[in-house]
Design a protein around this ligand. Structure first.
Ligand code: GNR
Ligand code: NI
Length: 166
């Protein structure tokens, strides 16, 4: 097992678009295990491969209190959605910032598990928010880009100030 380095906004590599996974092998299983370990260690509820500079369509999620309900999504595609909800979102790539984001309430996705088995999932609430947040990462989008230009500018200024002060 190994901890992976999480890219921090505004790293341009967070804007890369991930490619579909075609090879379901031991290397993929090992990457998924390392992504899960990195997510748990960072106290996150989700992690997209893009955030660890691997540009393949892979997501790990665990929204359970006990941290014993890992969901692995490979090659997820949005099949259906309805309604809207607002949630105070954070991101491991934008540490320290929480902002309200509007997303679909209910989502249905098709995906493959770590063995390549086709599956589907319908989610609402936090799981739905998390799936949408992670699928955005796979197409190079970070949640702050859903905020107003003014809020994005404020966040960028605060981050560059933090980086200057070390
Ligand atoms: O740990 C995380 N918490 C979170 C809270 C509200 C909405 C989305 C998230 S995902 C985030 C982990 C992360 O950055 N995943 O990309
Ligand atoms: Ni994130």
């Amino acid at each position: 097992m190994a901890l992976l380095n999480i890219l921090k906004y505004p790293d341009p590599r967070l804007h890369k678009v991930a490619e579909p996974v075609t090879c379901f092998n031991e290397e993929l299983s090992s990457l998924i295990r390392n992504m899960a370990e990195t997510m748990y260690e960072s106290k996150g509820i989700g992690l997209a491969a893009t955030q660890v500079d691997i540009h393949q369509r892979i997501i790990v999620i665990d929204i359970s209190e006990e941290k014993n309900s890992l969901i692995t999504l490979v090659n997820p595609t949005l099949k259906n959605y309805s309604g809207l909800q607002e949630y105070d979102e954070g991101c491991l790539s934008v540490p320290g910032f929480f902002e309200t984001v509007k997303r679909y309430d209910l989502v249905s996705i098709d995906y493959q598990d770590e063995h390549g088995q086709a599956k589907s999932l319908t989610a609402d609430g936090l799981l739905s928010v998390c799936i949408q947040h992670e699928m955005d990462h796979l197409v190079g989008k970070v949640f702050v880009e859903k905020l107003s230009q003014l809020k994005q500018q404020r966040i960028k200024k605060k981050i560059s100030k933090l980086l200057r002060s070390g």
